[in-house]
Ligand binder design. Structure first.
Ligand SMILES: [Zn+2]
Length: 350
């Protein structure tokens, strides 16, 4: 989430893991944004499961992500080697290469000519990393769902003894990990009727610059966007809530209701503090809301009471809950599938 001093003073006052599968894809022209690809392994198995009844299919998606898998990804992204992933730094360059490698090995193609979408609104070279899986349905494939998270962080923070690296495990290596797991799943099964764009944003900490750049560019290209689903700070579980995660802008749309219907449980809830601090405007969903006017909201499990290390050097992988993160992915996958494959658009603003 972007940092505004009043907002931060309020927060401070209030508060305070690699698995790969393979197939490749065709390259395309940066200005057009369409691609043609090949099928990856495992699709047959899933389709058969789908035919044999959704229970087996949801069985697969509900066990797809593991503690070890998410642990491996977030441990690398939040490692000291990546120096807190500040936009324009060498550390974030390593993160971008890593994300590209996972996209490639997961059968997720570049949305543009390459996976790199160069920001036009930042003084240093900075890149969103943007992947794509074309939909399987003749009509619905022309509609897009964007699944995103920012992969940058602030680099360094007030040192504690000699540790000055702000590793940004929760903010937002956790959301990046979730998106990479979603990409691995859909890359494996390619069972998405609508087309999916996976977008890892840079320079969120500089003022949502990566998402502002990409939203404007895709709008210019007349992308037919259904919804933008963003994941932010999902590394530790909520405590004492009757829902698993909350969505920002809860009252703006029926997204939470639709998710809970698909999940057949109270998966997504309302956090009053999120409304109080207007979090709807503080993460990468917001530029898509402004450009497209379609439901663009952020899922999160940080509630200002369950994590004391916001933008501090203490935001380390050692305090992330890998089990919770894998569970979040496995609970969310069937919901994403139902959103992406719904015959008609069900998510709408109120
Ligand atoms: Zn953040």
């Amino acid at each position: 989430m972007t940092n505004t001093n009043q907002f931060m003073r309020n927060i401070i006052s209030l508060a305070l893991l690699s698995v790969a599968l393979g197939c490749g894809g065709a390259k395309i022209d940066e200005s057009v944004g369409l691609a043609h690809g090949t099928n990856g392994s495992g699709v047959i198995a899933k389709d058969a499961a789908v035919q044999q009844g959704s229970s087996e299919a949801s069985q697969i998606s509900s066990e797809f992500s593991t503690e070890i898998g998410v642990g491996g990804i977030i441990t690398y992204l939040a490692s000291d080697e990546l120096q807190g992933r500040e936009a324009g730094s060498e550390g974030i360059e390593l993160a971008a290469e890593y994300i590209e490698g996972i996209f490639e090995s997961s059968g997720v193609k570049p949305y543009f000519k390459t996976y790199r979408d160069t920001l036009t609104n930042f003084e240093k070279p900075a890149y969103n990393v943007v992947g794509f899986i074309e939909g399987t349905d003749k009509a619905l494939k022309n509609e897009f769902v964007i699944i995103g998270a920012h992969y940058d962080h602030i680099g360094s923070a007030d040192p504690v003894s000699d540790d000055y690296i702000a590793n940004g495990a929760n903010d937002n290596a956790s959301g990046t990990t979730a998106v990479l797991e979603f990409a691995r799943y859909f890359g494996k099964f390619k069972n998405n009727k609508r087309s999916i764009i996976f977008a890892l944003f840079s320079a969120e900490e500089k003022g949502l610059l990566g998402s502002k750049h990409l939203a404007a560019k895709l709008k210019e290209q007349n992308l037919n966007l259904y919804s933008m689903l963003n994941f932010e700070m999902v590394g530790v579980p909520l405590v004492g809530k009757d829902y698993f995660m909350y969505v920002t802008g809860y009252e703006e749309s029926n997204l939470a209701d639709v998710c809970n219907t698909y999940a057949e449980e109270n998966l997504v809830g309302f956090l009053p503090t999120a409304k109080e601090y207007n979090l709807f405007k503080r993460s990468d969903n917001y530029p898509f809301h402004l450009e497209f006017g379609v439901p663009s909201q952020t899922f999160c499990t940080f509630d200002f009471t369950n994590f004391d290390h916001y933008h501090k050097v203490g935001d380390e992988v050692s305090i992330m809950d890998f089990d919770h993160m894998a569970l979040l992915v496995n609970k969310t996958l069937p919901v994403l599938e139902d959103i992406i494959n719904a015959p008609v658009r069900e998510i709408e603003y109120r």
